[in-house]
Design a protein around this ligand. Structure first.
Ligand SMILES: [Zn+2]
Ligand SMILES: [Zn+2]
Length: 451
């Protein structure tokens, strides 16, 4: 026999819906609170849970989340949330919490029964697939983007945006780099800098479809925070593909969507009508048009990658958050010296990074601290400038950009770090050029030496 659980703190609603379900041949369990509902759901494992949204103590969102996280509930029940709320954000919030359907109160018993006879499925993931739609014709866009390989910095700051008089020269926006090459537009990370990039693209293309690929290094806030403000993603003529790895705790799509859910943001990602596709990468190599992309896991908390992008004109590496292994491991372990074995292992890990950046024309790399600051930031997931220059020199990099500037570093401090890094390259006797990445700076790979 099919079974249903009705949860509502309004006894009249419970009575009406239970009666209708009973008449239709369902076994019905009744709960007058969220916590009682959770208990009964675990005990009876019903096929369907009908749950009110706003209840004291344990509300409907919590019921949805708890049920969806409960591994003992296999198969999972279909959850129908019922509510007085007519706000799209509440509806979206319920769906994001795990509800399959959302029905506005008052719920007519016939409507509920009709819904139960239909296939379940207004789930978030099905909706995202439906949004794929036909591919936009991107030929005009590719022509306009052009063939030359150009990099432009829209956000160079790590951790948090830092506008103000002390950061005018290098800029206060968090991570976002634009790359145009071989008819493609690739956006590296979606920190707050992506907002201005979006505005610029809209005025440049004036209604011609934009076709953008956004590569996400990881879902720490400073790398995704600007995405809700990326205007091209709200225009149905455009095609935006977001690529990244699944995070340690939640998928890329969930991480991107949840920052746009109530109570954090007023507009849900589902309101973005462009051809928005979010794809989790599982390969370490893939192509965007004729451009080859390789990935490497960074030494950084959670799942974080760097991208090595090979265009027809040259190679760009983007490694925005990374802590060099050797210096991290060399730090005494609780007062004890590290074993040679551990140090050798760390050296090998750094060698992998050297291979990853080897012979690249442009390397954009995390160099958040100076050597002195690093001592009090061991294990924070960021490197000191000395190590980054050394790695770039050993890797025979043509141009290194110091990146992910610390929010506490003003323009003067970054000037000093840049100077020191340039001096270090000279001390190493290397040809590698070094500069601190600066918001608004555009670099053409063909004219690198002129920057
Ligand atoms: Zn970061
Ligand atoms: Zn990070």
């Amino acid at each position: 026999m099919k079974s249903a659980l009705v949860i509502d703190d309004d006894p009249i609603v419970v009575k009406i819906l239970s009666h209708a379900l009973n008449e239709d041949g369902w076994e019905v369990f009744e709960a007058s609170s969220g916590s009682m509902g959770l208990q009964l759901a675990r005990k009876h494992k019903p096929d369907v849970v009908v749950c009110d949204l706003l209840m004291p103590k344990v509300n409907g969102y919590q019921v949805c989340r708890e049920l969806r996280q409960d591994e003992s509930l296999v198969p999972q029940p279909r959850i129908i949330v019922i509510s007085n709320s007519n706000y799209a954000s509440d509806r979206d919030g319920a769906l994001a919490s795990g509800a399959d359907d959302f029905v506005l109160k008052p719920v007519k018993p016939v409507e509920l029964l009709r819904l139960l006879n239909e296939a379940s499925g207004s789930t978030v993931f099905m909706r995202m697939e439906q949004m794929g739609g036909p591919l936009t014709d991107t030929r005009v866009f590719s022509r306009k983007i052009g063939e030359g390989t150009r990099v432009r910095f829209w956000g160079v700051r790590g951790s948090i945006a830092t506008p103000g008089p002390d950061t005018v020269k290098y800029g206060g926006n968090t991570t976002c780099v634009e790359l145009r090459a071989d008819g493609q537009l690739i956006i590296l990370d979606a920190g707050t800098g992506i907002r201005q990039l979006g505005r610029r693209l809209m005025s440049e293309f004036r209604g011609d479809p934009i076709n953008a690929h956004v590569l996400i290094s990881h879902t720490h806030w400073d790398h995704i925070q600007g995405f809700p403000f990326f205007i091209p993603a709200y225009d149905p003529r455009n095609s935006v593909t977001v690529l990244g790895y699944e995070g340690a705790k939640m998928g890329l799509q969930t991480a991107l969507m949840s920052q746009m859910e109530s109570p954090y943001f007023p507009i849900s990602m589902r309101a973005m009508p462009s051809n928005l596709n979010i794809e989790e990468i599982s390969e370490t190599e893939f192509h965007i048009g004729s451009i080859k992309v390789r990935t490497m896991f960074a030494n950084h908390p959670g799942v974080c990658v760097g991208y090595r992008i090979t265009t027809s004109a040259g190679t760009i590496v983007f490694m925005p958050d990374n802590e060099a292994h050797a210096r991290q491991r060399m730090a005494a372990d609780g007062g004890r010296e590290q074993s040679l074995e551990v140090l050798e292992y760390a050296r090998k890990q750094d060698e992998k990074l050297v291979d990853f950046i080897r012979d690249a024309d442009i390397v954009i790399m995390d160099s958040q601290y100076d050597a002195n600051e690093y001592k009090s930031h061991i294990g924070w997931g960021h490197s000191c400038v000395d190590d980054v220059v050394a790695l770039a020199v050993v890797g025979n990099v043509r141009k290194l950009f110091l990146f992910h500037h610390d929010p506490d570093h003003d323009d003067e401090m970054i000037d000093r770090m840049e100077e020191w890094a340039q001096e270090l390259a000279v001390i190493h006797g290397a040809k590698t050029e070094v500069a601190a990445a600066r918001e608004g700076l555009e670099v053409s790979i063909n004219f690198l030496d002129e920057v």
